[in-house]
Write a protein that binds this ligand. Structure first.
Ligand SMILES: C[S@@+](CC[C@H](N)C(=O)[O-])C[C@H]1O[C@@H](n2cnc3c(N)ncnc32)[C@H](O)[C@@H]1O
Length: 168
């Protein structure tokens, strides 16, 4: 990847992923997008402290963003709506906007997948965190979105939780 890669963190929340990437790779041009104004305020405060060069946008997914990006990262809400009530209490304290992924948990991931071909450079890639058991479904959705699955990664508990896709 270019030393000055353009990188986008979608659904940045507190800004932790964007701040970490910018701190680890100071020459990358990192942008972050968040839909919740309250979360964006927290992100801006954290970014000002740890990675002030990160550009933060208040927007719905990638609609406001102009390509090309070398890397897109996203930990979007992926809990199915029907499973929200059964989450542990400490997780339920998070706002629904940070958790609710629609009927099957993948409403936002589907929308992002559909825009990745537009956003990514031909040699770029996207890294998406998913819920348990969602990686096979997302792998099926990748091809029709013009994407190839490059990797599927497991977390420390052995669950497939991350998928890496690239333009076909
Ligand atoms: C699971 S949290 C992840 C936060 C952070 N990226 C992290 O890994 O800790 C998902 C984030 O996506 C944001 N979000 C939800 N819908 C969004 C949308 N349509 N566009 C942009 N961000 C959205 C939520 O407000 C929340 O901050």
């Amino acid at each position: 990847m270019s030393p000055t890669a353009r990188v986008l963190d979608v659904g940045t929340g507190s800004g932790c992923i964007a701040a970490t990437l910018a701190a680890e790779r100071p020459r990358w041009q990192v942008a972050a997008v968040e839909r919740s104004p309250a979360a964006a305020l927290v992100a801006r405060r954290n970014l000002d402290r740890h990675a002030p060069a990160v550009v933060l946008l208040l927007a719905d997914l990638t609609t406001a963003l102009a390509p090309p990006f070398d890397l897109v990262v996203a930990n979007l809400p992926y809990i199915p709506t029907g499973a929200l009530a059964g989450l542990p209490e400490e997780v339920r304290r998070d706002p629904a906007l940070a958790l609710d992924g629609g009927p099957d948990g993948l409403a936002l991931v589907r929308r992002l997948l559909a825009d990745l071909r537009r956003l990514l450079r031909p040699c770029g890639g996207a890294v998406l965190e998913l819920g348990e058991e969602q990686a096979p479904v997302v792998a099926e959705l990748a091809g029709p979105a013009g994407l190839a699955v490059a990797r599927r990664l497991r977390d420390a508990g052995g669950c497939e939780r991350v998928i890496v896709v690239q333009p076909l």
